[in-house]
Design a binder for this molecule. Structure first.
Ligand code: C2E
Ligand code: CA
Length: 419
């Protein structure tokens, strides 16, 4: 079934159950293992087009064929010094119809992980990984669930651009609102606060999400107005909670460009004062990327926010490359760990180690440490083991309008912090 000539197409069997047989090439340095994998895939109904050896050979073949396979099963080292799997991944990234990559390598787990990261960075889809090319059964089993489609990671479509008139209309009709997501203490599982996330409604009544709304507001000079609207409504929400005896704080996302304006900070403080809420109930969240920009400007703005009595959180921690020196200079009260580290942290020891290090750093600096994006009980177990103090995520609730959030909080009883 598998051709002895390493560069020749392998006759394939046809497959029942698939409109088109899923196709693979195998590029593993050990010929016996390469053929064992190819044979097992063919038996499992795959069309194994080529068993190829070496980075240059795969690249040359890829340029000469009309259609690339759905999956390339590849090792990371090739014996003849003809490049390696890392170079191959990088070169495949240039093909618009690149195959998904399955890594079958004897290299250390950390190296395989780095190769996976490289594949993702090159826009390639990952079909799986095995730590031993000899583990043929695991390779076939993992590929059993593979559905052909583009081997490239689907790029998120760019959000439709909201033009100036559309953005102005949203602001003029006052159709900007905070939707809130609960924040929960890990030790007592009490809901102690919410994060306000901006939502808009366009003229047709469609919900406009932040990834469309925020860049458009910023581009048309309306982000300060919209943020202050969100801040006012969020402060009113906190005031209602406090009046009803519910000790619920709230966080507002603010861009550094807004914070840099003295007038914005004063209007923010006035919005909170107007509803008689002490600013210590409100946390201002700035993203790590913003926090790591111009040192002097960030420290000035951060110190001013704390002087006004607000708390300050560093958001999406782990996405930028924070200098620790800068991190400890900025008067943060809270550190929010980026969702990418939280997702699957229950089963990924590397993610959990990263989370534990972030949590230890945050707690040693006296900060609350919030894990963002907890979606499953398994994530929650990982988050708890890593030493975070609070969490948010779909496991508890998606962001919801403030009216619904009030009803939800009222029904919580003992799972809500008393005033
Ligand atoms: P963020 O501050 O990191 O907010 C968390 C995002 O993750 C929110 O998306 C939230 O809905 C989502 N999320 C929460 N829990 C989960 C989960 O368990 N799983 C998943 N998959 N997602 C979860 P959203 O509301 O679309 O906001 C996106 C970003 O837009 C925010 O990221 C924030 O950076 C920005 N943003 C939102 N509201 C405002 C605002 O009022 N002002 C400014 N400047 N930025 C805002
Ligand atoms: Ca946030």
């Amino acid at each position: 079934m598998v051709d002895a000539d390493m560069q020749q197409p392998v006759p394939s069997t046809s497959v029942a159950g698939h409109a088109r047989a899923r196709s693979a090439w195998v590029a593993i340095d050990d010929e016996t293992q390469a053929h064992a994998i190819a044979r097992a895939l063919v038996l499992a109904g795959w069309e194994v087009g080529h068993v190829v050896h070496g980075c240059g050979a795969v690249h040359a073949l890829a340029r000469s064929v009309a259609r690339l396979p759905d999956v390339l099963v590849t090792g990371l080292r090739f014996r003849d010094g003809d490049g390696d799997g890392l170079r191959l991944i990088r070169e495949l990234g240039a093909f618009p119809d690149a195959p998904a990559v399955f890594l079958a390598s004897r290299q250390q787990r950390a190296v395989i992980k780095a190769a996976q990261t490289l594949a993702e960075a090159c826009g390639l889809r990952l079909a799986g990984a095995a730590e031993q090319p000899a583990d043929v059964a695991s390779i076939v089993a993992q590929l059993a669930g593979f559905h052909p489609g583009s081997g490239r990671v689907a790029c998120r479509a760019a959000p439709p651009v909201l033009d100036r008139a559309a953005v102005h209309a949203i602001i003029e009709r006052e159709e900007v609102f905070p939707w809130v997501q609960p924040k929960v203490r890990l030790d007592t599982l009490e809901v102690v606060g919410v994060e306000a996330l901006m939502r808009g409604f366009d003229e047709a009544g469609n919900l406009v999400m932040p990834d469309h709304l925020i860049p458009a507001l910023a581009a048309h000079g309306l982000l300060d107005d919209a943020t202050l609207r969100v801040a006012r409504q969020t402060a009113e929400f906190v005031a209602t909670c406090l009046e009803e005896g519910m000790a619920i704080s709230a966080a507002i996302n603010v861009s550094m460009s807004s914070l840099a304006r003295l007038e914005f900070c004063q209007r923010l403080a006035e919005a909170v004062e107007r509803v008689a809420v002490d600013p210590s109930w409100i946390t201002i969240e700035i993203t790590e990327t913003d926090a790591m920009s111009d040192v002097a400007r960030v420290i000035e703005n951060a110190a001013r926010i704390r002087m006004l009595g607000f708390n300050l959180a560093i958001d999406d921690f782990g996405t930028a490359y924070s200098s620790l020196t800068q991190l400890v200079r900025i008067p943060f009260s809270e550190l929010k760990i980026e969702r990418a580290f939280v997702t699957n942290c229950g089963r990924d020891p590397v993610k959990r180690a990263t989370m534990s290090a972030c949590a230890l750093l945050g707690r040693s600096l006296g900060l609350q440490v919030v894990a963002e994006g907890v979606e499953t009980m398994e994530d929650l177990v990982g988050v708890r083991a890593s030493g975070c103090t609070h969490f948010q995520g779909y496991l508890v609730s998606r962001p919801i309008p403030v009216g619904r959030a009030l009803d939800w909080l009222r029904g919580l009883d003992e799972l809500r912090a008393p005033l």
